[in-house]
Design a protein around this ligand. Structure first.
Ligand code: SF4
Length: 238
């Protein structure tokens, strides 16, 4: 998972309840009789976001994409490799949870908890990708996705109406899932993206605010004509 996002403008004057800055979580890959470290899996790679009171942030992706690891870092089930987790407790200055030891964390464990809810667990695990690629208000994201991965995710959402289930408009991504310990050059998604062009193989797309409160990590976000959830549902009815 990778990305930097801001839901409300930084100059809104409202201090974030939770601010995650440049969070990294790497797990060692150990091999051989002596369990030597031969590499690292970057489960969370430079993720930043903040949440103010009254806001809800949803991290959407299938099992294995890094959502849970991000949550576990924030709840300090894991000790992050690096980064800050700034939490504003009531009537206190902000505290960096990433720096606290177990004893000092105890009062905050009552306030920050994980509730597991994974409606996408049935998605094809071949869709796995470890990046945050799009941030938008829920309605905008469903109606008008701007990243190819979001489009593929929406097309894979199970339809409750059994008459619509096998109509064959699900977008299947070809190729192997990228190895997070040896990621591809350029865009992480390029080996399986149906819209990839040469530029995608050489240049990593930056996370850009291409409309107000709309953040996307794709070189061609303004040009692609992607299908949203409604469009997919209508196509299935035909
Ligand atoms: S940058 Fe290229 S490969 Fe990456 S999502 Fe966009 S079109 Fe696909």
């Amino acid at each position: 998972m990778k990305g930097e996002f801001e839901i409300m403008p930084a100059d809104s004057g409202i201090e974030p309840l939770l601010e995650v800055r440049n969070l990294h979580m790497q797990f060692p890959i150990r091999r051989g009789a002596f369990r030597r470290t031969v590499g690292f899996v970057k489960a969370v790679n430079d993720v930043s976001f903040h949440i103010r009171q009254g806001e809800t942030l949803s991290l959407v992706g299938e099992s294995g994409c890094g959502k849970t690891t991000t949550g576990r870092c924030i709840a300090r089930v894991y000790e992050p490799t690096s980064g800050q987790i700034l939490y504003k407790a009531e009537e206190q200055d902000r505290i960096d949870l990433a720096e606290l030891n177990n004893r000092d964390l105890r009062p905050f464990r009552r306030e920050i908890r994980m509730i597991f809810q994974d409606p996408f667990s049935s998605l094809n695990p071949r869709l796995s990708i470890l990046q945050i690629v799009e941030l938008a208000a829920t309605e905008d994201l469903f109606a008008n996705p701007l990243h190819p991965y979001t489009e593929a995710l929406l097309s894979a959402v199970p339809k409750p109406d059994p008459r619509l289930r096998n109509k064959g408009v699900r977008i299947r991504l070809e190729g192997e899932v990228a190895d997070p310990s040896n990621p591809p050059s350029g865009c992480y998604f390029q080996p399986r993206c149906p819209y990839a062009e040469d530029r995608c193989r050489h240049e990593e797309p930056a996370v850009r605010e291409i409309e107000k409160d709309r953040w996307v990590a794709c070189h061609f976000a303004e040009e692609l004509d992607l299908r949203g959830f409604e469009a997919i549902g209508q196509a299935m009815k035909r």
